[in-house]
Design a protein around this ligand. Structure first.
Ligand code: ADP
Ligand code: ZN
Length: 232
């Protein structure tokens, strides 16, 4: 059986990380967040991390060579053998082209854009209010998803952090980068027949349901019931 590969596309703040975390248990495949992996490389002060930091602090993209390399390594790991959820990758057409060579014939690929209105994301303070847990990766919001105790993670008890790039000025730059560099992926995946969209402005649980419905219907096409497979 092929792997279930889910690519989540969407504006910064659309909810890719939140949704990836909601569905990874249901699909029993891991979340691969290039943003999280780059932040770990920065914290570990690796050579990649130093190069990535300058770009991330400017709201720009890290070089394709670095992210292609970290994703290619990550998906070779044992826990990815049944599939994985990509959150934040590919982010350029060139990354998508590189990644395409890693998808096998039997793999079941769904690309889902979590559609969001950038004005509403700003009004709802989804990014300026975002708090992240450095321990377990849980995502909170100072205005809409407040942790039970001050700035402590409900799940693992670590102190929550505000991401250094979740600043008003950088957010505008990240939105611009998304429009210019990542948005062309919509057409790229439409042309491959793998593109779907959900409304990311709905409540979190509804968005999760919409995503799972799409993944299940794509899987059903790949693995039709026995009688449909029989050709006369
Ligand atoms: P968001 O989607 O909210 O911007 P991420 O955590 O996915 O947050 O990414 C944070 C930053 O990490 C991006 O602004 C970018 O600089 C870098 N980054 C993450 N993924 C990629 C990628 N696939 N290619 C290039 N840069 C990336
Ligand atoms: Zn935590």
């Amino acid at each position: 059986m092929g792997r279930t590969i889910l690519i989540l596309l969407g504006h910064p703040g659309a909810g890719k990380g939140t949704q990836a975390r909601m569905i990874m248990g249901t699909l029993a495949i891991p979340q691969i967040s290039t943003g999280d992996m780059l932040r770990e490389a920065i914290a570990d002060k690796t050579p990649f991390g130093c190069e990535a930091k300058a770009k991330m602090d400017a709201g720009e993209l890290v070089s394709d060579a670095i992210v292609n390399g970290i994703v290619a390594d990550r998906i070779q790991q044992e826990d990815c053998k049944n599939g994985f959820i990509l959150d934040g990758y590919p982010r350029t057409v060139s990354q998508a082209e590189t990644f395409r060579s890693q998808i096998g014939r039997g793999d079941c690929l769904s690309v889902i854009e979590i559609g969001a209105d950038s004005e509403r994301l700003r009004k709802e303070k989804r990014l300026v209010g975002r708090l992240m847990c450095p321990g377990c990766g849980e995502i909170y919001n100072q205005y809409s998803k407040v942790p039970k105790t001050d700035t402590i993670c409900d799940i693992c008890g670590k102190s929550l952090v505000h991401r250094s790039d979740d600043r008003e000025d950088l957010i505008l730059e990240r939105f611009r980068t998304y429009r210019e560099e990542t948005f062309p992926l919509v057409k790229f995946y439409q042309d491959l027949g793998a593109y779907h969209q959900v409304d990311g402005m709905k409540p979190i649980y509804e968005v999760t349901k919409d995503i799972l419905d799409i993944v299940n219907s794509v899987a059903a096409c790949h693995n039709p019931p026995e009688e449909k497979r029989v050709r006369k």
